[in-house]
Write a protein that binds this ligand. Structure first.
Ligand SMILES: [Zn+2]
Length: 408
């Protein structure tokens, strides 16, 4: 594997602005995602991936042909877009070799300082090569680290035909950061037994569980009149929404929970007198519990109708994604081989749970078991973002080991 080439690829990719744009009406949501996809196809073809192509949605696919007959097809994926939370325009990456492990003042904006206090992993990166921003943009290691890792992994396998492996499908998705990473992925065409999503932080995390997620849209309908003549006629939907929020259990909230606890999270509130709407995220690792959390919304709604006479409360539940573990039980080798890959390389690893969803949760639900692996990202979505090249190197090695393991 070629560490310098991995770094150069990463630096090249982060300089392309691929910020996802909410409600753009296009797929992918920003032109940079098509631009990086074109570049990736060119680079894949140059390294010998003859079927590399970008489809009408901007998703890039390609196959590293196997050399072990009958070995299961495995896939690797990552996403090319970056978070809209911080701009990805004019990313100016800074490479720090043999890092001293201390606080970093970013060169383009001295008020932006990555500190060991806020980010203890920084001290652990002492002696390694890290990449930061200049403080004015995000870096985009989420998930161009994953893209660079998979490209180097493919290149390395193609340069070393003595490494035994089956067919390896690569795909790069768009608009993951705005919840549309898997909308147009052609799972049947990928036709793999398992997929590994390189989109995790640090090194050695094997994410094998995510939340299961539903969303509730709660609509309060009241009656509007001129306030001068409101007596016994007006029914204020905003007041009803206030009652509703005040009556939700405070302990079942993201502010008060951690680890394996689920929650109800009202995150949007809009309204007037005639109508008000509250959107609530429903989350739990235990998919069965989602229904119980939704029951709490129903009982709270009934209370509101009682105490605010004339108000009508309607609840619509929308399914979002399901715990990856629900699907990974069908292919236990997915995580088991990831564990073995780390052990064979002598790397530390942690089997982890994610208090959120990943592309892997959706892919797994759709029938492609997809645990999430580390890719050297840190402080993501922020101008204080940084990535660790040595951790990206380790991820390439893990990918290579997985390719071998699945061909045994
Ligand atoms: Zn990501």
């Amino acid at each position: 594997m070629n560490k310098q080439r991995l770094l150069e690829r990463f630096l090249q990719y982060v300089k392309i602005n691929t910020t996802a744009i909410e409600d753009s009406g296009n797929y992918p949501s920003s032109p940079g995602q098509l631009e990086i996809g074109k570049l990736l196809v060119e680079q894949m073809i140059a390294m010998g991936i003859t079927d590399a192509q970008q489809d009408q949605w901007g998703i890039v696919y390609g196959t590293v042909k196997g050399n072990v007959e009958g070995a299961p097809v495995i896939a690797f994926n990552s996403h090319v877009d970056t978070s809209p939370e911080t701009t990805g325009n004019l990313v100016n990456p800074h490479v720090i070799e043999d890092f001293d492990g201390k606080d970093i003042i970013l060169s383009g904006d001295p008020s932006q300082i990555i500190t060991v206090d806020d980010c203890p992993e920084l001290a652990g990166a002492a002696g390694k090569t890290i990449i930061t921003t200049d403080g004015k943009t995000l870096l985009g290691g989420d998930d161009k680290a994953g893209v660079a890792i998979i490209m180097e992994l493919a290149n390395d396998l193609l340069e070393n035909p003595d490494i035994p492996h089956g067919d390896i499908r690569i795909f790069f998705t768009c608009d993951e950061e705005i919840g549309h990473g898997v909308d147009h992925v052609d799972i049947e065409a990928i036709n793999a037994t398992v997929c590994y999503n390189f989109d995790g932080g640090g090194q050695g995390d094997i994410d094998e569980e995510t939340f299961s997620a539903d969303m509730a849209i709660i609509t309060f309908t009241g009656v509007n009149t001129h306030p001068a003549y409101g007596k016994d006629k007006m029914v204020n939907a905003s007041r009803a929404a206030g009652h509703f929020l005040a009556n939700l259990p405070a302990d079942l909230s993201p502010e008060r929970t951690e680890g394996r606890d689920g929650f109800l999270h009202p995150y949007t509130l809009e309204g007037g007198v005639a109508q008000a709407t509250v959107k609530v995220l429903i989350r739990d690792f235990d998919t069965q519990q989602l229904g119980k959390h939704a029951d709490i919304l129903q009982t709270t709604a009934a209370k509101v109708e009682e105490c605010c006479p004339g108000t009508k409360v309607e609840i619509e539940i929308i399914e979002q994604y399901r715990n990856m573990a629900d699907g990974l039980v069908n292919e236990p080798r997915a995580v088991q081989y990831a564990v073995e890959a780390h052990e064979r390389l002598g790397y530390n690893y942690k089997r982890t749970i994610v208090r959120g969803g990943t592309d892997g949760s959706r892919l797994t639900e759709l029938g492609l078991p997809t645990p999430n692996l580390s890719s050297g990202q840190h402080n993501i979505h922020s101008p204080l973002e940084w990535a660790c090249l040595d951790e990206m190197v380790a991820a390439v090695e893990v990918g290579k080991e997985l390719a071998k393991r699945w061909a045994e």
